[in-house]
Write a new protein. Structure first.
Length: 418
């Protein structure tokens, strides 16, 4: 009998009726001969409510510190509720189900509370339960330190929990049930002609997740790629038997027969552009600038530097998330004399638009098609960033949807699967 991990997100666990439907999907896989472990998120909106409670119990500032270990005790409770409810529902259906909290499995993590990383999942307890014919329900998003304190993995951490459990028990696949029926060439809410991909490579999915696609959490894709765990994304809003041949498989590139030059268009509105004018063009300046940002845990994405005519000075542009923009500007401003730049500018009205595809490795003219398509729509490109399988540009956010639709058409993504 093969082992299978099934993961249900917050919308799939939103109320008792949806939990019952999830239980029917789990039961169908068990009846088909799989040994099943299930990972669940908290009910939709519950984590936000719990975080708000920690804020209310926080210091005079009105905010609790996410690094506080008691913060994790509180916000991890949402998944405990849904794990118990799903196990209870399965029992009422006649199945031998048991919930195992993160500390019971155990899912051993680092001690960075609020954003811990999984270090190890000893499989012995899971193996014993699965081999005994039990359906094991594990709360996602949570773990335990080696000293026994509860931790949480950060937003979207349940996807990572599911992939890690799948790797630990050597599951044949990890099925991620969510509110969409797969990975699309772009957001169907923006482009009605978006097509569902039957397969996408780990690398493509990792790029799309990091570039703004909300289907899978970035760390879960990284882990799936490292552990070579195939992941299937599919809808939980169906009954057993209705999702045959549905969903999208995230797998090794070698398993994809029909490779596309471009597989998807991703976008992110969570962007802010910071420009340093008159930056001394000398060794160590960039290390100084980005070292200060790294010390504040600010993630920098796109970086462009250009020399002035004299060669002694340069202008540097980089992007950060919008919620980090003010902090980044404050850090740079307070370090102005030390760094030696003339002026700093902030623009938080930009979007990042990206094309992704493993086919870029072997085809020329991919970037030119992108630039021409945007030019024909009158969209100015402010910054360009590339990797082996993606090209990203920064544009005025007012043109986000127009750019997505133009690029989707330019690469013929509406013809995929037709």
């Amino acid at each position: 009998m093969t082992r299978l991990v099934m993961k249900f997100g917050g919308t799939s666990m939103a109320d008792l009726e949806r939990i019952r439907r999830a239980a029917r999907l789990v039961a169908a896989e068990y009846d088909a001969g799989h040994k099943v472990a299930v990972v669940v998120s908290a009910m939709a909106g519950k984590t936000n409510e719990l975080v708000a409670w920690t804020d209310g119990a926080g210091k005079a500032t009105g905010k609790a510190t996410p690094g506080d270990d008691e913060y994790d005790v509180i916000v991890a409770s949402g998944e405990q509720v849904t794990a118990g409810l799903l196990a209870m529902t399965l029992r009422n259906m006649g199945y031998d189900a048991v919930s195992m909290m993160g500390w019971q499995v155990p899912i051993i993590t680092s001690d960075v509370h609020g954003k811990a990383r999984i270090l190890d999942i000893p499989p012995a307890k899971l193996d014993t339960a699965l081999d005994a014919g039990q359906i094991v329900v594990v709360p996602g998003f949570q773990g335990v330190t080696e000293s026994g304190r509860i931790t949480t993995l950060g937003r979207g951490g349940s996807d990572t929990s599911a992939v890690a459990v799948a790797a630990a028990i050597k599951a044949v696949r990890c099925d991620i049930y969510t509110d969409v029926d797969g990975v699309y060439t772009t957001d169907p809410r923006i482009e009605s002609k978006a097509r569902r991909l039957k397969k996408i490579s780990f690398e493509e999915m990792l790029e799309m997740a990091s570039l703004g696609a909300k289907v899978l959490q970035t760390r879960s894709v990284e882990l799936a790629m490292a552990q070579r765990v195939p992941v299937r994304v599919l809808s939980s809003f169906v009954e057993p038997g209705e999702n045959i041949d549905q969903g999208t498989i995230v797998c090794d590139e070698e398993e994809i027969v029909e490779k596309h030059i471009v597989s998807g268009v991703a976008f992110s509105r969570d962007e802010a552009k910071i420009t340093l004018l008159g930056l001394p063009n000398k060794i160590g300046i960039s290390a100084l600038v980005f070292g200060k940002l790294a010390a504040a845990n600010i993630n920098v994405d796109m970086i462009v530097q250009s020399e002035k005519r004299s060669g002694e000075y340069a202008n540097q542009i980089f992007t950060v998330g919008r919620r980090d923009a003010k902090t980044a500007v404050d850090i740079m401003t307070s370090s102005k004399d030390e760094i030696g730049f003339d002026e700093i500018r902030l623009d938080d009205t930009v979007s990042k638009i990206s094309i992704v595809g493993v086919g870029m490795r072997s085809h020329t003219g991919v970037a030119e098609t992108m630039f021409r398509a945007l030019s024909e729509k009158g969209i100015n490109i402010q910054v360009i960033s590339t990797s082996e399988i993606k090209v990203s540009v920064l544009i005025d956010e007012a043109y986000t949807e127009l750019a997505v639709r133009a690029l989707h058409a330019a690469y013929g993504l509406d013809k995929i699967g037709v």
